[in-house]
Design a protein around this ligand. Structure first.
Ligand code: AMP
Ligand code: MG
Length: 423
């Protein structure tokens, strides 16, 4: 064991299983019982709609594409003119370009030079690729290998007039902006972004840019939280570091409850002498303090302060991220009216052996990658203590080990949940 590993090994905290811990499922249930989706609608330009949540179903007001058109550069013909065997000659009657249709009607024995996206001339129903036609002066010659209707895109084949193009609750992605534009819609109704106020608690915390005195550490939680929140449909209200002092905490909570839909704090929810968050929020609102059967992230508080929801996350940096992804992120998405609340979970072989005792749901930090045989696999990213942010930084997924699960041997399948990308 090298020096760094030795330090980390001895630093990780003891893991006695206690009775009376709340399971992940029970905690989720209690959270969701209290949530009501926000019903506040804004109309925004589609260019500002990325990552926002669609407030209503969007129905297509036109057919997309609006007209039958060519999928190829070639020649528009009547299917009835395709020879049953041998070849046939068709006379060129004109040309159709994207945006400049052929205006006449194509008769038997005629064809029209056509470009991709051009409206199919009246009378035509089939397009011959130019590579499959022999051009002879003002005629073309085609053989019998063609199929009626080939290389033609039907009107409405992407979106039919009146159909639901996008469902309410969808988190808009780049393709959705394009889809809205393809129907001619420049604006869209979305739910108002959630206002989320957050602060760190702890006398030992200093913000980046200041010098550390003895016994102090830099506040990292507020920055991880900033990053996680920024990827949600959220207006961030960063309230800085609040000291472990009842008056300071009270003022911060009262202020936050006035301006935010959701308040998130880190630290101060365990049973230490300076854990004033508990006493303060208990005085100001309806809050439950949980000891969760999860690792990392055992203590957590949840409830309401006035009209605002409150999540009191643990202090340890990895525990903050685990509890955010597990409990806060799905709740934020639900409040916004989204339907896809959680990332995909799937099974993959684990290259590392993992020691685990039954009792708590564990979120080990994993790196999904490609094994030598070309298959997806996951490996542990290193020391798994709840204060070891570097192993979270090296990770792209959680390896989720169910409460009743024991140790994992290298090569065993495990459940993973990616937390960057994919959702
Ligand atoms: P607490 O729950 O307040 O007792 O904090 C548990 C552990 O997390 C302590 O070691 C704290 O110093 C640490 N911690 C709390 N808040 C932060 C923070 N914002 N950034 C980094 N570490 C923190
Ligand atoms: Mg503290």
């Amino acid at each position: 064991m090298n020096k760094l590993d030795a330090i980390r090994h001895t630093a990780s905290c003891a893991d006695a299983t206690e009775p009376g811990l709340l399971s992940v499922e029970q905690a989720e249930q209690q959270i969701f019982d209290l949530l009501r989706p926000l019903r506040c609608i804004q109309r925004v330009d589609i260019r500002s709609a990325l990552g926002r949540t669609l407030a209503d179903d969007v129905h297509s007001t036109i057919n997309v594409p609006p007209h039958v058109n060519s999928a190829m550069d070639g020649y528009a013909i009547r299917a009835a003119d395709i020879p049953t065997d041998g070849t046939t000659q068709l006379t060129l009657a004109g040309s159709a370009l994207a945006g400049t249709p052929f205006t006449g009607r194509v008769k038997t024995g005629q064809c029209v030079r056509i470009m991709t996206g051009a409206k199919l001339p009246d009378g035509c129903d089939t397009v011959i690729m130019q590579e499959q036609a022999e051009v002879e002066a003002d005629c073309i010659r085609i053989d019998a290998r063609h199929r009626a209707g080939e290389n033609v895109r039907q009107a409405g084949e992407d979106l039919l007039l009146g159909q639901t193009a996008l469902p309410a609750g969808k988190r808009l992605q780049a393709a959705d902006l394009g889809l809205l534009a393809s129907m001619g819609m420049g604006e869209v109704n979305v739910t108002r972004s959630l206002r989320v106020a957050f602060f760190s608690t702890g006398d030992e915390l200093r913000s980046v840019g200041s010098q550390l005195a003895e016994g102090e550490i830099y506040d990292s939680n507020r920055y991880s939280l900033h990053g996680m929140l920024q990827r949600q449909d959220v207006e961030l209200i960063d309230m800085g570091v609040i000291a472990d002092h009842p008056d300071a905490l009270k003022a911060a909570f009262e202020n936050a409850a006035q301006i935010a839909d959701v308040i998130i704090t880190t630290g101060g929810v365990s049973v230490g002498d300076a854990d004033y968050v508990k006493t303060m929020v208990a005085e100001l609102g309806e809050v439950n303090f949980w000891k969760l059967a999860i690792k990392p992230g055992r203590p957590m508080a949840f409830g309401t302060l006035g009209d605002a929801l409150f999540f009191g996350l643990p202090g340890n940096p990895v525990a903050v991220m685990v509890t955010f992804y597990q409990f806060v992120q799905p709740a934020l998405r639900y409040l916004l009216g989204q339907k896809e609340l959680r990332p995909f979970r799937f099974q993959v072989n684990c290259a590392s052996a993992i020691r685990k005792r039954p009792g708590r749901t564990e979120y080990q930090r994993g790196q999904l990658g490609i094994a030598a045989d070309g298959r997806l696999q996951v490996s542990l990213t290193g020391a798994q203590g709840s204060g070891i942010l570097s192993s979270m930084s090296a990770a792209n997924c959680f390896i989720v080990l169910a409460a009743d699960q024991g140790s994992i041997a290298a090569g065993d399948p495990v459940t993973v949940e990616p937390f960057e990308g994919l959702f």
